[in-house]
Design a protein. Structure first.
Length: 106
């Protein structure tokens, strides 16, 4: 389903490409990425996340192809989990969650 844009406000972006599949809402981006709205706002502030098209003063959309390309560029870039082995006990802490009786690497 192709959404047409009648008028773009002064967003500093050129009109979306003609062969674009769809424009995505903030909610659709959240569903695609599996994150909440506040996490998307953090992503929007990063320089490598696609810039939105401002349709009106309160309506922004992202080109689906740009969001998918950004997602593919991030593949394999997740940070390594922070692990800490307690010397006093058998506790293993991963990202702040303590596992009692765990052995590191097993």
């Amino acid at each position: 389903m192709k959404k047409e844009i009648a008028v773009l406000s002064d967003s500093g972006r050129s009109a979306p490409s003609e062969n674009m599949d769809t424009l995505m809402t903030l909610k659709e981006i959240g569903q695609l990425l599996g994150v909440c709205r506040s996490s998307i706002y953090v992503l929007i502030k990063s320089p490598d996340f696609p810039k939105p098209y401002s349709l009106t003063a309160r309506c922004q959309r992202w080109e689906k192809l740009e969001v998918e390309a950004w997602l593919l560029s991030r593949k394999g870039t997740a940070p390594e989990p922070r692990m800490k082995q307690s010397r006093a006990s058998n506790a293993l802490t991963v990202n702040g969650i303590e596992f009692i009786g765990a052995q590191n690497g097993k």
